[in-house]
Design a protein around this ligand. Structure first.
Ligand code: ATP
Length: 224
């Protein structure tokens, strides 16, 4: 039985749906530390979006970016599972889906992807050897493609705005639900439909999400 003081929650889902806001909200509601996905100190991320195809291919930016994420997420999940009582804004489990999509799009080659998978397996084995081996719950934010595009546009992060990225977003979006339901096995999953939910501007929506998470945890025998 997991005590509420050992609880680890990961927040997942497509780009722009509000993982950071939901992670903050849950951190406050459950009195937990939050590990944020850091975008500002990641020099490789804008390059994934803005470098020319030729430069990206020559410099291997998509692969280097995956190594960067693998490194930071491994650190975060190890700390979260050791310290306990944490909420993570995205996690190591989800990055594989990005890497696989970039491989399918030809931006990461097969040799790179296999090297990535071996490194990831090795890291996951380390995690499974820890006293707390996995998160307790993934809160998965889901939405229509229209909502995703609206939210990415509203957030206005400059390097994410180019219209040529819509195909990339659609490819990621179209396999995301399948990834969470058929590939992700580390914990139970609570799906939150973000089409009608705005946790930032609507207090009732924020309360609704917190209540849903608490209800699920209680059902799992974790009293919060
Ligand atoms: N493994 C990865 N490979 C490629 N890009 C990634 C990866 N992980 C995150 N990103 C990118 O990093 C950026 C930040 O991620 P994302 O927008 O999902 O989180 P966020 O800024 O916290 O959004 P939100 O909080 O609104 O859900 C996005 O452009 C996303 O595509």
């Amino acid at each position: 039985m997991v005590g509420s003081d050992e609880l680890v929650i990961v927040v997942g889902g497509m780009i722009g749906l509000g993982k950071t806001s939901v992670a903050t909200l849950l951190g406050e509601a459950l009195n937990s530390k939050v590990f944020y996905e850091s975008v500002d100190d990641n020099p490789l991320l804008p390059l994934l979006y803005t470098a020319s195809e030729e430069e990206s291919e020559r410099m291997r930016y998509p692969f280097l970016l995956q190594l960067h994420f693998l490194d930071t997420r491994f650190k975060a999940i190890k700390r979260a599972l050791t310290d306990k009582k944490n909420v993570l804004d995205r996690s190591i489990y989800e990055d594989w889906y990005f890497a696989k999509t970039l491989n399918e799009l030809g931006r990461i080659n097969d040799l790179e992807f296999h090297a990535y998978e071996r490194l990831l397996d090795n890291m996951l084995e380390e995690i499974e050897g820890m006293p707390k081996k996995a998160p307790d719950l993934m809160v998965y934010l889901s939405a229509s493609f229209e909502t995703v595009l609206t939210r990415i546009g509203m957030r206005g992060r400059e390097f994410e705005q180019d219209p040529s990225l819509v195909d990339y977003y659609h490819t990621l979006w179209s396999g995301y639900d399948d990834w969470v339901h058929h590939h992700y096995k580390a914990s139970e999953v609570l799906v939150v439909n973000m089409d009608e939910i705005d946790v930032v501007n609507n207090e009732q929506d924020a309360e609704f999400v917190v209540t849903e998470v608490k209800k699920r945890l209680n059902k799992m025998g974790i009293i919060v």
